[in-house]
Design a binder for this molecule. Structure first.
Ligand SMILES: C[S@@+](CC[C@H](N)C(=O)[O-])C[C@H]1O[C@@H](n2cnc3c(N)ncnc32)[C@H](O)[C@@H]1O
Length: 358
């Protein structure tokens, strides 16, 4: 995968953090493909992880006896074009969502997994499973987002989650947050495939709303906040915003617009988490699944401060986040050495985990 242009260096850095197969891209892909071959049959029912976080679901999630990527759907769920029998997403960006689901499903098979996402098998589909995004980013990012959401649910009273670029995210079916309303926003093609796959699954949250929006399309990128409010979003309720795998695909001007919109929609105590890349990543013209990274910054704290998200803000250098297999948690280095600031980031290829509160 070409966005790991510094793969050899990172592989050395992270070798002790995860299993080697999950760190270096080529062995990982080989290993993932081997597993896919070995697991032509869908996985057996597996109890969802019960970890130390109180928000994890302890409910087993069903995996169908047959891979629905090859099945015919007779019924529809959700509020989108779910009665269409759509087996594959129609755009490159949406396909990256399936690649992410594949990595979450692969992680879920491990005895020392950091989360359990059995729906990822079907949500990835056959092609997604053949092109898993990679555990090196998906494992820490997913667990970071899970922990962040659960923490803000309990400590900040956040009772709404908005997933911008939701892809094949299944948190609404795997995190036990009974008062949470989940709003998923992505290109309509994602939901055309996703909704039938979830039609018979039980929510572990209060409600879920799927909204088809393309953030690049004039007329859609300006008006999604109205659509969100029409779907039941309440601007007076603290919200967690998760933008995982999205920011680097947005032109800077669209990202700025999105920041303004998030700011306007966010009650005090709202919180957001997104991954991102440093400016040099964009200059290096990195492309993932045919989709170029077109947005990056060396100073996300300043960019978000302008829009009211200046509280407890932190831009963490991804290399300081360790997947701890023995505790099945993430270890995040404390202190300023893990912070990304313009002086440290200049000329460097850095993956960033940014979070802040309003
Ligand atoms: C790398 S995937 C990440 C999906 C999900 N957040 C996850 O972590 O599994 C990026 C997602 O952003 C969505 N996306 C990218 N550009 C978009 C746009 N212009 N409008 C709406 N969604 C977009 C894609 O469809 C895709 O589902």
């Amino acid at each position: 995968m070409s966005w790991r242009v510094d793969a050899p260096r990172r592989a050395r850095t992270l070798q002790n953090d995860c299993d080697v197969e999950l760190v270096t891209q080529d062995p990982f892909v080989a290993s993932a493909k081997r597993r896919i071959t070995e697991q032509r049959e869908p996985p057996k029912r597996k109890a969802a992880l019960t970890a130390s976080c109180s928000g994890w679901s302890d409910r087993p999630v069903s995996t169908p006896a047959k891979d629905p990527s090859t099945a015919t759907f007779s019924s529809a769920g959700g509020k989108t074009n779910a009665n269409k029998q759509v087996m594959e997403v129609a755009t490159g960006p949406a396909f990256t969502g399936r690649m992410c689901a594949a990595s979450r499903w692969i992680e879920s098979q491990r005895p020392d997994s950091l989360f359990s996402d059995p729906l990822g098998f079907n949500l990835a589909g056959i092609k997604g499973r053949q092109n898993a995004m990679g555990a090196w980013i998906l494992v820490p990012r997913t667990r970071f987002g899970d922990d962040f959401l659960i923490e803000k649910y309990h400590s900040n009273g956040c009772r709404q989650l908005v997933l911008l670029g939701a892809g094949m995210d299944a948190r609404a079916f795997r995190l036990n947050l009974p008062e949470l309303e989940v709003f998923e926003i992505d290109q309509q093609t994602t939901f055309d495939v996703k909704e039938p796959l979830l039609a018979h699954e039980r929510l572990t949250v209060k409600g879920r709303h799927a909204l088809g929006v393309d953030f690049n399309v004039p007329g859609e990128k300006e008006t999604w906040p109205e659509k969100l409010i029409s779907a039941g979003f309440d601007v007076n309720i603290p919200t967690v915003w998760l933008l995982e795998g999205l920011v680097y695909y947005l032109p800077n001007s669209d990202f700025t617009l999105m920041q303004q919109q998030i700011s306007t929609l966010s009650a005090p105590r709202s919180a957001l988490f997104h991954d991102a890349v440093s400016r040099s990543y964009v200059d290096a013209k990195v492309v993932v699944a045919g989709e170029p990274f077109i947005s990056g910054s060396d100073d996300y704290p300043r960019l978000w401060q302008k829009y009211g998200f200046g509280k407890n803000s932190r831009a963490i250098n991804f290399e300081h986040i360790r997947v701890n297999r023995s505790t099945r948690k993430l270890d995040v280095s404390p202190g300023t050495s893990s912070e990304v600031d313009p002086a440290r980031a200049r000329g460097q290829l850095i993956v960033i985990f940014f979070h802040a509160e309003k």
